[in-house]
Design a protein around this ligand. Structure first.
Ligand SMILES: Nc1ncnc2c1ncn2[C@@H]1O[C@H](COP(=O)(O)OP(=O)(O)O)[C@@H](O)[C@H]1O
Ligand SMILES: [Mg+2]
Length: 464
């Protein structure tokens, strides 16, 4: 049977083993040395001739090779003291055809210096890890303050003033507003402006955690509380937020059963981890947020009324972006500055047409959508000024032919067969993509996120 060794001259083997493993020793089940290489012998101050055939304990100090040859259990990275220095050894049981026949030992580091050299390498990794850990903990504290809340429209200023005024209080806060209006930013700012600022800020997205995990996420569990529970149990986020603030985002998506449990925690100011008999007192301020209409949900029986009252002590309505259009230029500039830093660009600006266009859009996705639009524009931008054609197609001028102008501020829309409208839209999309890509078809196809072939097909179809 071929085993790969057939072609290797026997007298090469020693050399090969020496090269592969610096120091190596092999014993049988009785602990008698069958093989030891020169490197190992040099290390312990003996010779191969003398060592072979002897019991391992007579040759190597503090060895455990004979034990591994007995038990068949490997010992990896074990510290062993030889000649007064600590070295690191690996001991493997040698199993041939299912039978334990001995043990193989190697020395990973022969002296403290070698080990230290290695350790220094590891140390830099450990330092790096520590750095990220502190950064992560800082993130847990909170990232934004009231200065980050940009805007000067009346409704917005009112919301911001109210938030500033209540930041110092212990009461629960309920933030209401469409998605992307800045609810999370408000929560951060309230925490930063409170006496709890130096304690954790723990955000939980109730909509993104599966119902059956939410309870253990919030309240933690005891060891053995359920199958798959981690050894030692797990702390819940309420405990992690102790002395600080917990931000319950998308509270409208919290299942009713959890709502009762949450209510109890808010009333009793203590949590009971799953599977535990004991309650743990907690001191946490709650800020909740949702884009849903909680009042309506209460009427429909989908949200507990008592919890609603409990959370609704201070309610802050954050206006949608289309109701604060005057703020759009200043917010855009602020976002642009932020994005410029992120992409290592400088002094980016918006053309007047772009500002006008941004102000006329309805922004169903609010500031988050605006941020995405600007980020995308920066990605296709060569110069420093964002022009209309850098905007996504749905924001670009649709007024290519007079029919289209009717779409804006319309009361009557001229209707043509759908396939014509689609073809028209496709054609102008392709034309714009080509303009942005400076005629490069492959690039243009990428911008439109279609394959090159279908791009070429469409060009042919529309004579482009
Ligand atoms: N007033 C504001 N000024 C500047 N940026 C804002 C403002 N409000 C929100 N943003 C930004 O818009 C994005 C969405 O905000 P976020 O707080 O996550 O919204 P929500 O939680 O309401 O969905 C974030 O990137 C945030 O930094
Ligand atoms: Mg949010």
């Amino acid at each position: 049977m071929m085993n790969g060794f057939q072609n290797i001259p026997f007298n090469w083997l020693e050399k090969i083993i020496n090269l592969a493993a610096e120091r190596i020793v092999l014993v049988n089940r009785q602990g008698i040395i069958l093989y030891i290489n020169t490197a190992y012998c040099d290390f312990i101050g003996t010779t191969v001739d003398w060592a072979i055939g002897r019991h391992i304990e007579d040759v190597i100090e503090n060895t455990r090779m004979h034990i591994v040859a007995e038990t068949g259990r490997a010992e990896l990275a074990a510290v062993q003291s030889i000649n007064g220095s600590e070295m690191i050894a690996n001991r493997f049981p040698l199993i041939i055809d299912g039978e334990l026949v001995g043990a193989l030992g190697t020395v990973m580091f022969s002296n403290p210096e070698e080990w230290q050299k290695y350790q220094r390498k590891i140390q830099s990794l450990v330092d790096e890890l520590a750095y990220y850990k502190t950064r992560f903990e800082k993130e847990l504290k909170s990232k934004y303050t009231f200065d980050d809340l940009i805007g000067s429209s009346t409704d917005f200023i009112a919301a911001k003033k109210l938030a500033e005024r209540v930041a110092g209080s212990q009461s629960s806060v309920l933030l209401l507003g469409e998605s992307g209006t800045g609810k999370e930013l408000f929560a951060h700012a309230i925490h930063s402006g409170s006496p709890r600022a130096s304690f954790p800020f723990v955000p939980i997205n109730c909509a993104s955690i599966p119902d059956h995990l939410l309870e253990s996420e919030l309240f933690g569990y005891e060891e053995g509380a359920f199958t798959g529970a981690k050894k030692g149990g797990k702390k819940g986020q309420f405990q992690n937020a102790n002395l600080g603030t917990i931000f319950l985002d998308e509270i409208g998506d919290m299942p009713l059963s959890m709502q009762s449990k949450l209510l109890r925690v808010l009333q009793e100011k203590e949590v009971q981890p799953i599977g535990s008999q004991q309650s743990i007192p907690i001191d946490v301020r709650v800020i909740a947020a949702t884009h849903r209409n909680l009042e309506k949900m209460v009427q429909e029986g989908k949200f507990r009324q008592d919890l609603y009252y409990r959370l609704n002590v201070i309610k802050i309505d954050i206006p949608p972006l289309h109701k604060r259009k005057a703020d759009i230029p200043i917010i855009s500039l602020h976002l642009l500055e932020k994005l410029a830093k992120k992409f290592y660009r400088e002094e980016l600006s918006l053309s007047p047409e772009v500002i006008q266009r941004l102000q006329s859009h309805m922004w169903p996705g609010n500031i988050r959508e605006l941020e995405n639009v600007l980020e995308r524009a920066i990605n296709v931008l060569d110069g420093k000024t964002i022009e209309l054609f850098h905007l996504p197609l749905y924001l670009q001028d649709v007024a290519e032919d007079p029919k289209d102008t009717q779409f804006e501020g319309q009361t009557t829309i001229l209707l043509s067969p759908l396939k014509d409208t689609v073809a028209h839209a496709e054609k102008s999309a392709i034309r714009r993509a080509l303009a942005v890509a400076k005629g490069n078809k492959q690039e243009a196809a990428k911008l439109l996120q279609i394959s090159k072939t279908s791009f070429y097909d469409k060009c042919k179809l529309y004579n482009l």
